[in-house]
Design a protein around this ligand. Structure first.
Ligand code: EPU
Length: 349
């Protein structure tokens, strides 16, 4: 087992922040994890699981042993009259996997095209876009417990999915009930399975997709057409991490009560919001940040993207500290103007 020392992480995080791992090991299989855990030197060492690095802000060198997940492979598990179940290794690139599913003739993931990151990282934050979340297409996943080497399988309920949330983002609270078991820092996801329902039905309705439909005059788009539209929409308003470092939306869209929303509408009638089934209201964080005048602004080399204020970008050589200073300043001004605390989406390392 090769453990790389002082390994550069700039190309392993989509913000392209310069940092190093004191030690890094590449994981290509479940057996690799078990070998690592059995090693006298590395078994007991603190560990940090790294997927595509698309949802992290590195604020310094990483001291725990970095496990870079590179488990590959994709296959059809089974197909019935009601669904096809597909599986991918956690190290597969998410967008390449989505593209492959469509090429194989299995629609269902097209609304989530072009989301940066790996398949294994997708359940951690329950990625979602244009009306579909990972949990809507999820079947189960396999993971390894980094404390005892046990392989286990979780279904959707056990993953505790929420909006950009899952059991993998939380640590267990001592004495807490087992229903709220947290697996952050403890589980390494190795394979994810997706259930794509048959017959396929398009998910439209999101404003940007409706606009594409109206412009094109296409009334019954295929999955491939929706995939194309989603790619076009994302390329038009979101920076390509290969060109401009970023981690997608930097904050979650906050949820408020209808009373709070009415209060904000009274002061800012243009606010963008959506009613949720439970009666609460989701506000567009991008709009809130934009309204505070942040679009295009910078702190050092960390900036707010010109075309989407919810996305923070690395203008070249930004440090994690600069990104977090900018994020903090944005949080302060949104709180002062709207009384709303924005919660960051990425994990700060
Ligand atoms: N808006 C502004 N100014 C801005 C940015 C946005 O006024 O600078 C307004 C837009 O005009 C729009 C509304 O805010 O009316 C919402 O913007 P958008 O449709 O771009 O979506 P979002 O809520 O900002 C969310 C997800 C994205 C996902 C899109 C599409 C979160 C935190 N973000 O963004 O996910 O791609 O919807 O479904 O939920 C990600 O999580 O990394 C991500 C990119």
């Amino acid at each position: 087992m090769l453990v790389e020392k002082n390994a550069p992480l700039q190309s392993c995080n989509t913000f392209h922040i310069v940092a190093r791992a004191h030690s890094l090991v590449r994981i290509a299989s479940q057996a690799d994890v078990q070998t690592l855990l059995a090693s006298a030197e590395w078994g007991p060492a603190p560990k940090f699981v790294l997927g595509g690095g698309s949802n992290i802000v590195l604020t310094g060198d990483v001291k725990p042993l970095v496990l870079k997940v590179e488990i590959m492979g994709r296959r059809v598990v089974r197909e019935t009259a009601r669904a096809v179940v597909l599986e991918a290794g956690a190290g597969e690139n998410w967008h390449d996997f989505v593209t492959w599913t469509l090429q194989q003739g299995y629609p269902g993931l097209e609304n989530m095209a072009l989301i940066p990151g790996t398949v294994g990282a997708a359940p951690v934050q329950n990625v979602g876009a244009y009306g579909v979340e990972l949990q809507d297409r999820f079947e189960s996943l396999d993971a390894i417990d980094l404390e005892n080497g046990q392989i286990f399988t979780l279904d959707a309920a056990q993953c505790g999915f929420g909006y950009r949330d899952s059991v993998f983002k939380h640590t267990s609270q001592p004495g807490g009930n087992t229903q709220r078991l947290g697996l952050a820092g403890r589980a390494l996801i190795t394979h994810v399975r997706f259930s794509l329902p048959k017959p396929w039905a398009p998910v439209l309705g999101y404003a940007d997709l409706e606009r594409k439909m109206a412009e094109s005059g296409v009334r019954e788009p295929t999955a491939q057409q929706i995939y194309q539209w989603v790619c076009e929409i994302r390329r038009a308003k979101l920076p390509d991490p290969d060109v401009i470092g970023n981690a997608g939306s930097f904050f979650k869209n906050p949820t408020v009560s209808p009373e709070q929303c009415a209060d904000i509408i009274a002061r800012d009638p243009k606010i963008v919001y959506y009613h949720l089934p439970d009666g609460s209201v989701k506000l567009a964080a991008g709009w809130l940040i934009d309204a505070c005048g942040w679009r295009g602004k910078s702190v050092g080399q960390a900036g707010v993207y010109e075309k989407q204020a919810l996305v923070l970008v690395n203008r070249g050589g930004a440090t994690g500290g600069e990104v977090m200073t900018l994020a903090g300043a944005i949080q302060t001004s949104v709180y002062e103007r709207f009384g709303i605390r924005l919660e960051p989406e990425p994990t700060v390392v």
